[in-house]
Design a protein around this ligand. Structure first.
Ligand SMILES: [Mn+2]
Length: 325
């Protein structure tokens, strides 16, 4: 068992027990890790500890994973008062939306942050307890340790939610974060009834034809910069409109490009509304590049192997390749 966070795990449990109402915050553009985390905690807080807990997010619950998280929904932010909660818990990528939702910490409120991103900064609020370690594949992996540490029963539902987060964040055991521990935990979660195939099906094999067409366009345009070893491509506003693409369907292009032999990292530029461009960077351990350094120079953030940024401009494809003006 991982006891690295023994002290924090004890403090967190005490805070849970002391609190009456707890707010669980998922990050914007929610993925399986943030959703798995908030709903595992909700289940534990409500069923085991008898507390009132609400899970919230700035964005809607993604349709494609509802088969894994049957019956779960975010609580409407318009219907709650942040001031009513004794404890606010941010789960995963806390920079994406936590402070927007929480706004400011009120008297008698406590904040717990659970994350596995290397750096994050809270501008307005000071957390009381932080568990954050980039050696963990996911927040769901941290929560497995938390439940295991306190000998809390992981039923089939909790096991499914945790495995969904781990599978998503490890790209179904393909990313460098897939440690021996991840495999052991995942095996245990399967033993407890988590449906691995169903989760993989829902998460990775649910593509619409339009999504694949979009990927096709991006693959067609890809080019390798010999100097930097980058493989670059882009998606325009027109692509997104013509094909009727939703935000969560763009995600994996950078990952696919990153599989090209001989490249150091991939960069995909996506035109968003309002003259903004989103950049997605991916690399692999053996390629020896820290893409979060590139992202940081552009005021973005993320992990060593997966980062992003947002800049203002327009994508131009000229003689010399892809540029931003
Ligand atoms: Mn995560």
């Amino acid at each position: 068992m991982n006891n690295k966070f023994a002290e924090e795990f004890n403090q967190i449990k005490k805070e849970f027990e002391k609190s009456r109402k707890i707010l669980l915050v998922a990050h914007s553009r929610p993925d399986e890790d943030t959703i798995g985390s908030v709903f595992v905690l909700k289940e534990y807080l409500e069923k085991t500890l008898g507390k009132k807990a609400d899970a919230v997010c700035l964005d809607v619950f993604p349709e494609y994973i509802k088969v894994v998280f049957e019956g779960e929904e975010f609580t409407d932010l318009g219907k709650i008062k942040i001031g009513d909660y004794d404890l606010l818990v941010g789960c995963d990528a806390v920079e994406r939306g936590f402070e927007k939702i929480v706004n400011e910490k009120r008297k008698n409120q406590k904040i717990i942050l659970l994350d596995h991103h290397p750096r994050f900064e809270m501008k307005k609020t000071r957390p009381d307890i932080v568990v954050s370690d980039e050696n963990f594949s996911s927040v769901c992996e941290i929560l497995y340790d938390f439940l295991d540490f306190h000998r809390i029963v992981i039923n089939k539902k909790k096991a499914s939610y945790l495995l969904a987060g781990i599978l998503y964040d490890t790209g179904a055991f393909q990313h460098a974060s897939t440690s021996v521990r991840v495999m052991e935990i995942s095996a245990d979660l399967m033993r407890k009834g988590a449906p691995m195939n169903k989760i993989i099906e829902a998460t990775f094999k649910n593509k619409r034809l339009e999504t694949l067409k979009l990927w096709g366009r991006a693959m067609q345009r890809a080019e390798i910069n010999e100097k930097t070893g980058a493989i670059l491509s882009f998606i325009t506003r027109e692509d997104i409109q013509e094909l009727g693409i939703k935000e969560d369907e763009i995600g994996r292009i950078a990952e696919l490009l990153n599989t090209v032999v001989g490249t150091k990292f991939s960069l995909v530029l996506i035109e968003k509304g309002g003259n903004k461009i989103k950049g997605s960077l991916r690399s692999e351990w053996y390629k020896n590049v820290d893409v979060s350094e590139i992202a940081q120079q552009l005021r973005g953030g993320g992990h060593r192997l997966a980062s992003g940024f947002e800049i203002v401009g327009k994508i131009v494809k000229g003689e010399g390749g892809i540029t931003v003006e």
